[in-house]
Design a protein around this ligand. Sequence first.
Ligand code: ADP
Ligand code: MG
Length: 288
Amino acid sequence: MSIVIENLNYTYMAGGPYETQALREVSLTIEDGEFVGLIGHTGSGKSTLVQHLNGLLMPTSGRIMVDGLDLADKNTDRRAIRRRVGLVFQYPENQLFEETVEKDIAFGPKNLGLDDKEIDRRVRDAMRRVALDYDTLHERSVFELSGGQMRRVAIAGVLAMEPQVLVLDEPCAGLDPRGREEILSLIRNLHSECGTTIVMVSHSMDDVASLAERVIVMNKGQVFMDGVPRDVFSRGEELRAIGLDVPQAVQLAEKLRARGFAVPEGIYRVEEIKAAIEAIVGKGEKHA
Ligand code: ADP
Ligand code: MG
């Protein structure tokens, strides 16, 4: 299921004194099964863009086609599309409201009118995917859980809709390193085991470097770069010029090159820089 965005413009508070054009002529296609990392400075339009992917926001002008269906077309079943394109907001745990973990995760499937057996299957499956133990946690109040667990309950609620495309807006924001790693690993598994298409907004170049197969860079409401991570992260100067970093592996490779070490171009992953350093150290030993 592909998502095609054509000449998307979006303006907040159009015509008023605080009018803000958040997106300008954005055109992109997200193909079935991709893992897209979406990066950009604060205010560059990432959140506005991802809220268009399931029709939560409608374009001021331009078009969004999901699986060939125009979201603005009156005949398009927008509810059906929201089911297939799951959106996890930033700080999604703020929207938890049911008394128990189970009820919260079951909320979406219940609204779909599924029978109790199917709802139960989906809740258990979603909890397993986010590594929350059903037996010990399903009757607990979400407000007794840790921040990382609450975040995972919120994600499980979206997964229980069994979306084909999962869009996550800064899913690791505000979590400690362990919480972040848990979230990243569940996203990685969803992509590799279920083939779910992933669009992940992130502030962390390292997270994007380790997971994404394609990187879209937003700047001032426009697509600034769109390519494979190796190409995007080789353009460090341009990224820095729009207030972004490069992954740590790229930074280290640049420093080593500046000191005269022969580090191959195009390195952006931790494993690659490790191998490059080992090659350098190995050579040093041979000469000693
Ligand atoms: P990002 O997620 O990359 O930080 P946003 O999509 O949130 O960017 O914001 C893009 C632009 O739209 C910014 O200028 C921001 O101030 C503005 N904006 C975002 N949300 C709203 C809103 N609800 N009302 C008015 N302006 C908004
Ligand atoms: Mg945002």
